[in-house]
Design a protein around this ligand. Structure first.
Ligand code: FES
Length: 87
C-alpha cells in the first residue's frame, strides 16, 4: 500500500491470529485511512511501521516486506521468511 506517499508492504497476516486481515479484498485501512485494521477482531496497526497500536495484537508487529519503488515500478525482495509460492 501507499502511505504518506511511500510504498510499504506487510505480510497479510494478523499478529493476533494468523489470518488474512482485509475486510474487502485489498482493503486494509480504516475509514480515516490512519490505521491498518484487522477485519476479524479489530486490531489496529500503524501503517508506517506495522506496530500494533490497539486491540488484541498486543506488542506485536506485522511482518514487513522489503519493497522498493523505482521508475514507477514496485519491487518486492523475498527474504528468508517471505518467498513466492512455488508453482
Ligand atoms: S485475528 Fe486480527 S485481531 Fe484477531
Amino acid at each position: 500500500m501507499r502511505f504518506d506517499g511511500k510504498v510499504v508492504a506487510y505480510l497479510n497476516r494478523c499478529v493476533h491470529v494468523p489470518t488474512e486481515m482485509d475486510w474487502q479484498p485489498g482493503e486494509f485501512l480504516d475509514s480515516a485511512r490512519e490505521f491498518i485494521l484487522c477485519s476479524i477482531h479489530g486490531a489496529a496497526y500503524d501503517p508506517g511501521s506495522g506496530r500494533c497500536v490497539a486491540g488484541p495484537c498486543g506488542r506485536g508487529k506485522l511482518t514487513m516486506l522489503h519493497v522498493e519503488e523505482r521508475d514507477g515500478e514496485v519491487y518486492w525482495y523475498p527474504s528468508r521468511d517471505t518467498r513466492p509460492v512455488s508453482p
